[in-house]
Design a protein around this ligand. Structure first.
Ligand SMILES: [Fe+2]
Ligand SMILES: [Fe+2]
Length: 564
């Protein structure tokens, strides 16, 4: 699910200034403001823009600063929806200055509320939080604005992954909106409660909240909120695998966003439609919609949306066995998160990065397994190598990122064997020297296959050098000693162990004792600390297996790994 922070529009302005207007002079500017609001609600964006500008000019001329400040703030929100960020910021700042200059704490707080909303959508979470608190201090006496700030603090907590805190803010916002008779505020609160419920997979509650929100939004003629309800509700239907209803709602949302020129929201609509096509077996349409989402998000600097849609497209490529493309996309998405992390360290990117990395691992793992089965290795070699190697890596004190590197390298270490002729890989007797020379090309072929695919983790050295030996007798480059990267040596040692303890085409599996005795004879092949960590890890995995713990290595199955 996308972060709720991406979906909630910049906080809507409220007609806070109307009561302060002297009725003799306020008529024209106030009328223009009202007309602008009507156009905006009806989705007539250009007309709304014109009326807001006229209202601002007229209010400036007649010194009706309250109307001027309010029209500026509403114009700012409209600009923001149209991705005119510089204009949005400028209008919002002018609104704040005019309100402050005239000592109107409420209108000043309203402008800050909008400014903070922009900051959220641009990933400046710390700035947003500080601005909301400043707004609360200025305008907290008003139940109306307090409700809205609670709403936005809820969004902020949501973005940070603090779901309980977000829920509490939304509930307080709903209560305050009811007290203040703010129906539109209630609709927003219901919408956000729907999102929280969906994040917690409470689908029935999500249904109820979205229905409440949409009913009010439609009654009030708020097209943007109506579309948001459709779209977010569509994601609930995707989760329930009710794809027809999901598509109907996402397309309804897209039509409204189109009408409103709401580019940012269209990225989400395209993504949901793409996911529906993917899950219903229409890959060409899925690819087209997901590409639209990525391109639109990229053009608008919406990093989270771009990463999210890239992940969904990568899953489509995985389904289609277009693994290199899937990995390239995932790598690009991973890079986007890194940039975001540096810019706003409080954003809950941790959860999304973890989700992305899990997808990465799943794609690589499935690819590794598909290579095993197509080239008649017995299923399970890569998985066992990954399990042993991760344990050795931990034993050597490597950090989580390095353990992930080793694990991914384990899944793909033999990817180049896809090019080794079937009759050589599966030859029952001993290989000739020429045949073995062909096998020895698989590390380099693996690198060739992954040309153009980059990874956030440095796994290519593992693929190229997992058959190098510490004493310089390995292949393909006859590296020696510490020339061999540590990760490659870890895969190398467990690869040998797994090959010895599983059935080969020309001999049965060795017992663990025999295999370890043979490896003891070849201690010069590995760095002493790697060898020691391997023995310890094996011991620990056995103990875990004996006690039924999850860390156990799977029992050896028949495997043919001649190159080990
Ligand atoms: Fe290999
Ligand atoms: Fe292997």
């Amino acid at each position: 699910m996308p972060s709720p922070g991406e979906r909630v529009s910049a906080p809507p302005a409220q007609p806070a200034g109307a009561r302060r207007l002297p009725c003799t002079t306020a008529v024209r500017a106030a009328d223009l403001l009202r007309r602008a609001r009507e156009h905006e609600r009806a989705g007539c964006t250009l007309e709304a823009l014109g009326c807001y500008r006229d209202a601002i000019a007229e209010a400036g001329r007649t010194a009706e600063w309250a109307i001027e400040a309010e029209a500026l703030r509403r114009l700012a929100v409209l600009h923001h929806h149209r991705s005119a960020h510089a204009e949005a910021r400028e209008a919002c700042e002018r609104s704040f200055e005019i309100a402050t200059l005239n000592g109107d704490r409420i209108l000043a707080a309203e402008a800050l509320n909008v400014r903070a909303g922009f900051a959220i959508e641009h990933g400046d979470i710390e700035g947003a939080r500080a601005t909301f608190l400043q707004a609360l201090e200025l305008g907290g006496a008003s139940a109306e604005i307090r409700a809205r700030i609670e709403q936005n603090l809820g969004v902020l907590a949501n973005v940070r992954g603090l779901l309980d805190e977000a829920l509490a803010h939304y509930e307080r916002a709903l209560e305050a909106c009811r007290l203040a008779g703010n129906e539109h505020g209630c609709a927003l609160a219901y919408h956000n409660l729907g999102m929280i419920s969906a994040d917690r997979e409470m689908w029935d509650a999500a249904d109820r909240h979205y229905d409440e929100s949409q009913a009010i939004a439609e009654r009030l003629g708020d097209l943007h909120l109506t579309a948001l309800c459709h779209l977010n509700h569509a994601e609930v239907y995707v989760a329930r695998q009710q794809y027809d209803e999901a598509k109907r709602r996402a397309e309804a949302a897209l039509a409204i966003f189109d009408q409103l020129g709401a580019q940012l929201d269209k990225t989400d609509a395209y993504r949901v439609i793409g996911v529906v096509y993917r899950e219903t077996g229409r890959p060409a349409l899925a690819e087209s919609r997901l590409r639209s989402s990525i391109d639109l998000a990229s053009a608008n600097g919406m990093v989270l949306c771009q990463a999210e849609s890239s992940r969904e497209l990568a899953l489509l490529y995985q389904q289609l066995s277009r693994n290199q493309e899937a990995l390239s996309l995932l790598n690009a998405a991973h890079g986007l998160f890194s940039g975001l992390d540096a810019r706003a360290d409080l954003v809950d990117v941790g959860r999304k990065v973890a989700q992305l990395e899990a997808t990465f691992l799943a794609v690589v793992r499935e690819w590794g397994q598909s290579i095993e089965s197509s080239d008649s290795y017995t299923f399970g070699h890569c998985e066992r190598v990954a399990t042993y190697a991760a344990a050795v890596a931990r034993g050597l004190g490597l950090d989580d990122a390095q353990v992930t590197t080793v694990r991914l390298g384990a899944y793909l270490h033999d990817v180049g064997k896809i090019r080794v002729p079937h009759e050589i890989l599966n030859k029952p007797g001993r290989l000739t020297d020429d045949e073995f020379d062909v096998i020895k090309l698989h590390p380099v072929w693996g690198i060739d296959l992954l040309e153009g695919v980059e990874f956030p983790w440095d796994i290519k050295p593992i693929i190229r050098w997992h058959h190098e030996k510490y004493d310089g007798t390995g292949y393909p480059d006859r590296l020696r000693g510490d020339e061999i990267p540590l990760h490659a040596m870890i895969i190398g040692i467990v690869d040998v162990y797994d090959a010895l303890t599983t059935t080969r085409s020309y001999r049965p599996a060795m017992s663990q004792e025999t295999a370890l005795a043979q490896m003891e004879q070849c201690r010069g092949w590995w760095r002493p600390d790697v060898y020691a960590a391997f023995r310890l890890a094996l011991h620990a995995l056995e103990r875990a297996a004996a006690s039924g713990a999850d860390a156990a290595a799977p029992p050896p199955a028949a495997v043919r790994d001649r190159a080990a």
